[in-house]
Design a protein around this ligand. Structure first.
Ligand code: 5GP
Ligand code: MN
Length: 325
């Protein structure tokens, strides 16, 4: 952590101390870093008697419902009152806030805590560090800076954020600091058994069938260096699953030996496809997604293409091939 970020954190703490109603929100298609970061921060701020609201953008995926404090996540409604302070976590730009994005216009206090390389620094205070392995790492430092004790529930949430965003501590953005933080979280009581069972060992039979069907349609390009699978609405209906159940497929495909870039294309509607890309060693997938106005990290990124599944496949393959050595 560099000193500048501690300076920004101190400014943010000053604003928190002067605020009563604090709203926390994160990005569409929630993942573990999104939910774990939001909930750990909310639980910490409640300990210093703040009135905290955690806003739902797209509900909460089943995998993360076990997390302590998950019942705090709710839709915004006007009865919550005016927004004193808005804290965006793990969101690289305003659009990523989905249905909550206009709320930030109603306040002049926005704190943006994130680790995406493509972050647009849209907050009044920006605690942004692309070197952090997960937003959860920044939240850990922030809670420590706030002088709030990290209890078991907070620790379990931060651990989930870091564990899920680092592929269980395996990606190249993992540092020795990441492991030191994890060690402290375990000392604070983080329930890693709960985390592992709920996130990695609770797949339903339906979800397993979705994996099998999707992988059955796997296509490869460039000497197996690119591997792509499509998930249509029909497959979801056939297997009685939802888009949340697709989590994990794209990283599984990257795990195939020769694959450098893995890709899944999720049909949202006839003219809208959500793309997820992962890379193994050298391709910057954030820049590929940038071509389609998306973004993310060097090894994990996403975008939306407004076309049918087959056209989206051609468009994305064309961009990926350019980057393959
Ligand atoms: P996923 O493939 O799991 O949806 O997302 C991988 C990474 O890319 C995450 O860090 C996510 O926040 C980011 N990401 C996914 N889709 C988009 C998008 O449409 N725009 C931007 N800016 N980032 C995205
Ligand atoms: Mn993240």
């Amino acid at each position: 952590m560099n000193n500048l970020l501690f300076e920004y954190m101190d400014e943010a703490i000053d604003i928190i101390n002067k605020s009563t109603k604090i709203f926390i929100a994160s990005h569409v298609n929630p993942d573990g870093d999104n939910i774990g970061s939001s909930l750990s921060l909310a639980l910490a701020l409640k300990k210093i008697d703040k009135e905290v609201f955690v806003l739902s953008t797209d509900g909460i995926p089943n995998d993360f419902k076990f997390l302590p404090g998950s019942e705090l996540i709710q839709d915004y409604n006007e009865s919550m009152g005016p927004i004193d302070l808005f804290i965006a976590v793990d969101s690289s730009d305003v659009d990523r806030l989905g249905k909550n994005k206009d709320l930030i216009k109603t306040t002049n206090k926005v704190i943006n805590i994130d680790h995406h390389i493509s972050n647009t620094k849209f907050g009044h205070i920006n605690i942004v560090n692309p070197k952090a392995s997960a937003t959860g790492e920044l939240i850990y430092y922030f809670i420590k800076r706030l002088n709030i004790k990290i209890d078991k529930d907070i620790a379990t949430n931060i651990y989930t954020a870091i564990n899920t965003d680092t592929g269980k501590f395996s990606y190249d953005n993992v540092s020795s600091d990441t492991h030191r933080i994890a060690a402290e979280l375990l000392d604070a009581g983080a329930d890693i058994k709960e985390v592992n069972i709920n996130i990695y060992e609770s797949s339903s039979i339906e979800r397993t069938k979705l994996f099998i069907k999707t992988l059955g349609g796997l296509k490869t390009y460039s000497n197996n260096k690119i591997a792509i699978a499509k998930i249509s609405q029909d497959i979801l209906t056939e297997t009685n699953t939802t888009l949340d159940d697709t989590e994990g497929i794209v990283s599984f495909i990257r795990g195939i030996g020769p694959v450098e870039v893995s890709c899944i294309l999720k049909e949202i509607s006839e003219k809208e496809v959500k793309v997820s890309l992962r890379s193994k060693e050298y391709v910057d997938v954030a820049s590929i997604c940038g071509v389609f106005n998306g973004g993310g990290h060097i090894r994990a990124a996403g975008c939306t293409i407004n076309s049918d599944l087959n056209s989206a496949e051609s468009l994305i393959v064309e961009e990926i091939i350019k980057k393959i050595r």
